[in-house]
Ligand binder design. Structure first.
Ligand code: PLP
Length: 412
């Protein structure tokens, strides 16, 4: 039996096949299409009688290497890499729901997902209802006969609440429904999909998985545990019959991913695969730096409030500790009382960059209410945990003393 390697070893070696001339990094196969010697050979691939690549929109060897690695890291059965995290969510959701169906979603979401759910999907006849993800009973009561999917983030961005995902998964499965989990903020380093009992895992690979802020990407991982052979999902019947535990990934890849065309460029798949190798080291530092900064901010007289699940008095501390092994991620939010003082702090920062991203090696800040959430109503902002005085920090991997000194001088 092949040796079962541990997580950090898999980050470096998982899914990597020997490259040409002994290359140890995955080759960038910058080709739109792939030629076959015979018409029969190409037909066999199109009909699924042989595996092989035909066209980079549908699959590419560099991208496949990334997909193999992420499948292994999440403990799933298959993955589909996409051009962005939003493309991953759109593709995965469209593979499941049809006009007339409903999605029951966490109300604590990344703004782009909220907008996809509130505006775009509703224009196609799909209703999304938003529920507090930290209230499993509320989730259970909100399921109705039209519900086809539960959607939740591991740690809500930017609300930073921590839903009990295994509890929500139990509720979903008892109702015969799948649960899709956006784990961008936690990554498989804090918990793999298999540990969370999730059916489909989503990541924006643009963030911690890449880790350097050099490219945009996303991924969908099929955990292969949900039984799609159900009267609630008649459109999965042919896929379940042919692909069994791969039914979801087969439908998502062969229909939606192919038709939407949101494939990654091979170069970006290469950058993601390279970046992932250092995930464990970086996440350790993101988590320890974030805890140090959260404690510093919590003790500063100009800071009115701090939110970080790693703080012992956080309402999310118990669930986060249980699910994520005593690590709480790299995101913090804090408030200074009003928008003007929040802007002043951001403008005074020298090291931290003011930009719309998370998960970079560098420390990043943003004022969500006036930027990524500026189009939402006050009620929607409050649902998403966005306040006028809030600053979101994506704590980087610099020396923690330098990060703290930067915030200290900016506050003072
Ligand atoms: C939790 C979460 N999910 C999804 C996305 C979307 O990812 P992308 O920007 O790669 O489309 C983001 C982006 O910030 C995010 O924070």
């Amino acid at each position: 039996m092949a040796k079962k390697f541990r997580f950090s070893t898999l980050l470096v070696h998982g899914g990597l096949e020997p490259g040409p001339a002994g290359a140890t990094t995955v080759p960038i196969v910058q080709s739109s299409s792939f030629a076959y010697d015979t018409a029969e050979g190409l037909e066999d691939v199109f009909r699924g009688r042989q595996t092989g690549q035909v066209y980079t929109r549908i699959g590419n060897p560099t991208t496949e290497s990334l997909e193999r690695r992420l499948t292994i890291l999440e403990g799933g059965v298959a993955a589909i890499a996409t051009s962005s995290g939003m493309a991953a969510i759109t593709t995965a959701v469209m593979a499941i729901v049809r006009a007339g169906d409903e999605i029951l979603s966490s109300s604590s979401l990344f703004g782009g997902t909220f907008s996809l759910f509130r505006d775009t999907l509703s224009n196609f006849g799909i209703t999304v209802r938003f529920v507090d993800p930290t209230d499993p009973a509320g989730f259970k009561n909100a399921i109705n006969q039209r519900t086809r999917l539960l959607f939740v983030e591991t740690i809500g961005n930017p609300k930073l609440d921590v839903p009990d995902i295994p509890a929500l998964a139990r509720i979903a499965h008892e109702a015969g429904l799948p649960i899709m989990v956006d784990a961008t903020v936690t990554t498989p380093y804090l918990a793999a999909g298999a540990q969370l009992s999730a059916d489909i895992m989503i990541h924006s690979t643009s963030k911690y998985l890449n880790g350097t802020g050099n490219s945009i990407g996303g991924v969908i991982i099929d955990q292969g545990i949900f039984n799609w052979n159900s009267p609630l999902f008649p459109h999965f019947q042919p896929f379940h019959k042919k692909y069994r535990s791969f039914a979801f990934s087969a439908r998502a890849r062969k229909l939606i991913h192919k038709d939407l065309g949101a494939c990654p460029a091979p170069m970006n798949s290469f950058l993601m695969t390279e970046g992932i190798q250092t995930l464990a080291l970086r996440m350790e530092r993101h988590c320890s730096n974030a805890l140090a900064l959260a404690r510093f901010l919590g003790g500063h007289s100009k800071v009115r409030w701090v939110k970080y699940p790693g703080l012992e008095d956080s309402p999310d501390h118990e669930v986060a500790t249980r699910l994520y092994g005593g690590r709480y991620g790299g995101l913090i939010t804090f408030g200074t009382g009003d928008k003007a003082s929040a802007f002043k702090v951001i403008n005074n920062l020298r090291l931290a960059k003011n930009l719309a991203n998370i998960g970079d090696a560098k420390t990043l800040v943003i004022h969500p209410a006036s930027t990524i959430c500026c189009d939402y109503t006050l009620d929607e902002k409050s649902l998403m945990g966005v306040t006028e005085d809030q600053i979101r920090v994506s704590v980087g991997i610099e020396d923690s003393e330098d990060i703290i000194e930067d915030f200290k001088q900016a506050l003072e």
